[in-house]
Design a protein around this ligand. Structure first.
Ligand SMILES: C[S@@+](CC[C@H](N)C(=O)[O-])C[C@H]1O[C@@H](n2cnc3c(N)ncnc32)[C@H](O)[C@@H]1O
Length: 294
């Protein structure tokens, strides 16, 4: 791998305060003149991902504690392969904006946190104090932790109990009592229907679904076809003067198309503002996020 370009990419990120955030994207493909190469630094344990299936080779003096690699082409659920440095055999912790999160390279698929959502988590934290916040498609509850750290009453929903348990550990790591918050297993659409029936309302809802999903009763969700319906259902569970964060990383949808879907789904007047990707994400702007102030 071109050593000097990797060094230049690392240099570009020197401004990030690592005492508060030690998990960052170090190399972001074309944004760093390294198409097809992405490297995330999780507190010194680096995870390189490539579009090519060919095993990459790196110099040893880049400053990592350990280096792992994963090809993005096939079998996305496979655990990354060890390339150099210390073995990472157990889960470990990273810091993001002063909050701790558990990372696991052996978990398959993702490692526990989506670094591209850092700015949205910071914004959520800045507005969540005293609010009731619903975090749908919560994965390991990183948005929930950010809101709870600000003093919100949080509810997390995910199909996977394993991810919700991981989320509870993330709460505990930050000395937030998980018993004071909700971790609901099951389909988001099913839970939203139940909340509507019971007249349950929230002040903030985070919608950050996968591009495609199928629940246990084979209900299918596709971003292009179903995002509008998801927003309509979320609106029914929101108080007046509330906030809705809508995200998608689906590359097949432009920002304009995404905004159009949102505007069609929201009949009442509201303010739309676009969220930003963190500055260490220098490449493709694939993550679309819009904050709706209702
Ligand atoms: C892309 S991740 C979401 C990332 C998360 N919002 C975050 O910021 O870390 C997708 C998550 O949605 C969950 N999921 C997929 N379909 C679901 C559904 N119909 N209802 C509830 N959770 C679902 C998956 O288990 C997975 O944890």
């Amino acid at each position: 791998m071109p050593h000097t370009r990797i060094l230049a990419a690392i240099e570009k990120r020197r401004g990030i305060d690592r005492r508060q955030t030690n998990a960052v994207r170090l190399v972001d493909g074309t944004g760093d003149g390294l198409p097809g190469l992405f490297i995330d630094d999780f507190a010194g344990r680096w995870l390189a991902q490539t579009l090519s299936e060919t095993k990459p080779s790196f110099e040893n003096d880049l400053g990592f504690y350990s280096l792992y690699w994963k090809a993005l082409v096939k079998n996305a659920a496979a655990a990354p392969q060890h390339l150099a440095g210390e073995l990472v055999t157990k889960p470990f912790h990273i810091l993001e904006s002063g909050l701790l999160f558990e990372i696991d390279f052996q978990s398959g698929g993702s490692s526990g946190i989506f670094l591209d959502q850092r700015i949205n988590r910071q914004k959520l934290r800045s507005v969540a104090h005293g609010k009731r916040a619903l975090n749908t498609f919560s994965y390991t509850c990183a948005f929930g932790v950010a809101a709870a750290a600000a003093g919100a009453q949080t509810t997390n929903i995910d199909l996977s109990r394993r991810y919700l348990d991981w989320g509870k550990r993330n709460y505990q790591l930050n000395r937030i009592k998980d018993e004071d918050h909700e971790f609901l297993a099951g389909d988001v659409f099913g839970w939203l229907k139940r909340f509507r029936r019971k007249g349950r309302k929230f002040d903030i809802i985070v919608l950050d679904p996968p591009t495609f999903s199928r629940d246990r009763t084979s209900n299918v969700f596709r971003v292009q076809e179903d995002y509008g319906r998801l927003v309509e259902m979320a609106l029914e569970c929101l108080n007046h003067q509330s906030l809705l964060l809508c995200c998608t990383n689906f590359r097949g949808l432009s920002s304009e198309e995404f905004l159009r879907i949102l505007k069609t789904a929201v009949p009442r007047p509201c303010q739309f503002s676009r969220g930003n990707m963190p500055p260490d994400f220098t490449g493709e702007r694939y993550l679309k996020s819009v904050w709706l102030q209702l």
